[in-house]
Ligand binder design. Sequence first.
Ligand code: SAM
Length: 267
Amino acid sequence: MSEVRAKKKFGQNFLQDKNIINNIIEEANIDSDTLVIEIGPGTGALTRHLVLKAGYLIAYEIDTDLVPLLEEEFKDKQFKVVNQDILTVNLEEEISKYKDKYSNVVIVGNLPYYITTPIILGLLEKNLDVKAYVFMVQLEVAERLTAIKGGKEYNALSVLINYKTKASKCFNVSPNAFKPVPGVWSAVIKMVPREYHIKPKNEKFFLELNRAIFKQRRKTLANNLQNFNIKKDKINEALKKLDLKPTCRSEELSVEEIIKLSDILGE
Ligand code: SAM
């Protein structure tokens, strides 16, 4: 693909480093039985390697200018590019169309950093039948994966990732691996879906509550719950049952405690 000018508004930082690209492909661990979904193929740095291993590759790219270039380069491969904002894609429906043909689904992407959190929250809140997610994210986001309660990195994303997956940081990536060079370090993360050892009674309510309690980090848990339309006496009763102080903040709660809170408040 000829030289393409990166667009800042789409978070375009194209991968240049061959070793990093190879390491990502290795982490994705795909074979001809795998349907690969790539988020933001850009100029094809990862796509070029993914198409050689995957049974089929569906790439979602928002930048209309890049779509014909990708179509041309991969026209002879098991590949399609969809010119759509990933946040609006019904992946459940799309994946179900390929279920009979491929036994595994892996979702890969060097994610656009301006929407990393909504992308990961959106994917994990659905119950997609996926073997693994392998993403390049900002190092700061990668640190949220392993964040434990109380830390400043701990938020709704950390809770969701811990609840839904076994997550790990694979390796750090220097800004020099990209063009244009971003202002921050990055990291590759891998998330493997799994069943958490306890289940909320109502998962939909738990997911909504998880987003709501971290909405205003400067406020207490009780304030955030009130903004989520829960009555004050119900909140006080729940805090008491869980042995939490009225001044407690959401980041002080473990995943288990948030599940228990949702069970009490959802009754
Ligand atoms: N995969 C390429 C690479 O590693 O060189 C490009 C990665 S670049 C960081 C992110 C890519 O995501 C860009 O191609 C950008 O146009 C695309 N993108 C940005 N927002 C998107 C969205 N909402 N939906 C789909 N693709 C998006």
